[in-house]
Design a protein around this ligand. Structure first.
Ligand code: UT7
Length: 335
């Protein structure tokens, strides 16, 4: 449903310094730059430094978002952190981030388990909460997957990178209007992308740890690929319909950056030229719930978004979840 009257006041992102190339991966697992590049489009990704944790990265992105919105921590009325790689199991990363930023004693909570769709689900939730109480909601997407994945599983390890992104959402006039948002879930597909060990079904045991099962990501790559294309396309159509915007009016698509071939297939399904897709999967890999805000931040920094532009965000993630948000940049931050 269209929700006029909410918008984004500012955004920010952070990537760790350490660059890890495909050739670096070929020293750990039986893979090659050629395989990773042709199957995924990924060339490099960033990994957090030893001692750098989830909340450290979230804090960096959040501070940039607040500064770009011209806000102080005190101005934040609610805090949402989307992550599947939290600082500790409980409490949530939002609790640590609330304290670290010096935000008031406001509601703060994590959105966990929705994988790479987490940030857009958070954005959708934030606009509803901003409308409900009139305050400013800080939404962060952050993943530090390099520390929680199996460095010996070539099927998954080569795909991911670490990063954080953030946005501040508010009701009323904003330089970036949220024209519409949509989201959906198909839980019958829960098993195509799952991290199982650690929950009540398969609690941690010494045996499981010795077999490295706690790091397993069950992953049916081809099915995830198919669902990703179909659901990101569906979500895009739905959000455009909700806003009454024609696909030809889209100036830029900022999608979840999982795989270049997925993005090309979505462009094809939406009948949009590939040049309208902002793609940086080559540089950062799949950064999970950080991917969309990171790409949005870079698209703006690189001058790919101008005043008056209509920008489509779309993502999919474990669940199986999908979401899309349509933005109109009346005046990008710093304009
Ligand atoms: O948030 C997570 C989101 N995940 C995604 O978006 C991933 C969606 N899926 C994909 O992007 C693709 O399915 C992959 C990139 C994961 C795989 O591409 P594919 O074209 O579907 O490859 P495949 O599954 O058909 O695997 C082909 C071969 C297999 O060998 P065999 O069985 O044919 O001998 C794999 O064992 O490639 C092998 N393989 C590798 N070889 C070199 C798998 N990983 C690697 C690797 N290096 N890293």
């Amino acid at each position: 449903m269209a929700a006029p009257g909410t918008g984004i006041l500012g955004f920010g992102a952070y990537t760790p310094e350490r660059v890890f190339t495909n050739d670096d991966w070929s020293r750990y697992v039986d893979t090659s730059d050629e395989w990773i590049t042709t199957r995924t489009g990924i060339k490099r990704r960033r990994f957090a430094a030893d001692g750098e944790n989830t909340v450290d990265m979230a804090e960096q992105a959040a501070r940039i978002a607040l500064a770009s919105a011209g806000l102080a921590a005190d101005d934040v009325a609610e805090l949402i952190v989307a992550t599947d790689t939290p600082e500790v199991y409980a409490p949530d990363s939002a609790s640590f981030l609330q304290h670290r930023l010096g935000v008031g004693e406001v509601p703060a909570y994590d959105l966990a388990g929705s994988g790479c769709a987490g940030f857009l689900l958070g954005l959708d939730l934030a606009r509803a909460r901003a409308l409900a109480h009139g305050g400013k909601v800080l939404v962060v997407g952050v993943e530090l997957i390099s520390r929680l994945m199996d460095w010996e599983d070539r099927n998954t390890c080569v795909l991911f990178g670490d990063a954080a992104g953030a946005a501040v959402v508010a009701a009323g006039a904003a330089p970036i209007q949220i024209l519409a948002a949509t989201a959906g879930t198909d839980g019958s597909k829960a098993d195509i992308l799952m991290r199982e060990v650690g929950g009540t079904r398969s609690p941690f045991t010494l045996e499981r740890a010795e077999a490295r099962e706690h790091l397993d990501i069950a992953f049916h790559g081809r099915e995830v690929f198919r669902e990703a294309v179909s659901r990101m396309t569906q979500a895009s159509h739905e959000v455009l319909r909700a806003a009454g915007v024609d696909p030809s009016e889209i100036d830029l698509v900022v999608p979840h950056q999982a795989n270049l071939r997925i993005l090309n297939a979505v462009a094809n399904a939406l009948k949009l030229p590939e040049e309208k897709f902002f793609v940086e999967v080559e540089e950062y890999g799949n950064t999970g719930s950080a991917s969309v805000p990171l790409a949005l931040y870079h698209a703006h920094q690189q001058g790919r978004i101008r005043s008056g532009d209509t920008v489509l965000l779309t993502a999919f993630g474990a669940g199986f979840h999908w979401a899309a948000v349509l933005l109109r940049f009346d005046a990008p931050p710093g304009a």
